[in-house]
Design a binder for this molecule. Sequence first.
Ligand code: BV8
Length: 234
Amino acid sequence: MSSNLVILTGAGISAESGLGTFRDPDGLWARFDWRELATPEAFAAKPEEVHAFYNARRAGLKTSTPNAAHHALVELEKAWIARGGEFLLVTQNVDDLHDKAGSERLVHMHGELSKMRCEHCGYVHDAFDEITTDLPCLNCRRAGGLRPHIVWFGEMPMEMDLIFDQLGSCDLFVAIGTSGTVYPAAGFSQVAKEAGARCIEINLETTDTSPVFDEVRNGQATQSVPAWVAEMVG
Ligand code: BV8
């Protein structure tokens, strides 16, 4: 096993758990305009609509369970650390399926649907089922500042220092179920490659970033991720 492993996941890993992707033909951004729902400008202009969009997606999490790909990454994390390696799972997903599966060295770089944040005091808390514009913050008690703990387009993703540190000393980088269209995540493979890492892409189909990878494995995540993990830990 290589010593420093960084894994990046995207919506494709959760697709077989029933959560939609973003850019596939029936994906979220094919049905909704992200400019109207996933930007700070949209939230400032129409907070009720933005809350309704995220409240509905949060409700969908309650019935979603991790699949074989999420579970396989937990098995890999345990085996990798037991052998003295460094491990970081970076997810672009705002769902909680890696958490439910039991991943521990996990970073949600685009935030978490299950949390809310107060724009007045910065307090992050488990989200109410329904966030509305008139609810008070549980910390500072001021109303009107609660927002989904989500990184919208034009905002800085979370934990970037940690992620770039790990990419800079990475031996193996693996991207799973992501189309490689949203930056900075879409550039991680290039950063890892420049650090000397071997790069593997596991995805249903080839993507615009496939040429950067040393190895491309195409297939459903619930098949291809456990198969790759079995090779790694076997
Ligand atoms: C930032 C939260 C500054 C919201 C999301 C022009 C050029 C370059 C960049 C830009 C540009 N204009 C603007 C930018 C920057 C912008 C950007 O990248 N825009 C793109 C669209 C051009 N980025 C930002 O604004 C980011 N912030 O840049 O800050 C900065 C500067 C320097 C350093 C750091 C920062 C913030 C972006 C955050 C946006 N938030 N989500 C919400 O969820 O409501 S984005 C959204 O896309 C998703 O949440 C997800 O996180 C992200 C990535 O999507 P994927 O996960 O890849 O999903 P997708 O549907 O695309 O693909 C799924 C894949 O799975 C497919 O390939 C499919 O084939 C595969 N698949 C399907 N089923 C399966 C499968 N694979 C395996 N098995 C299956 N069963």
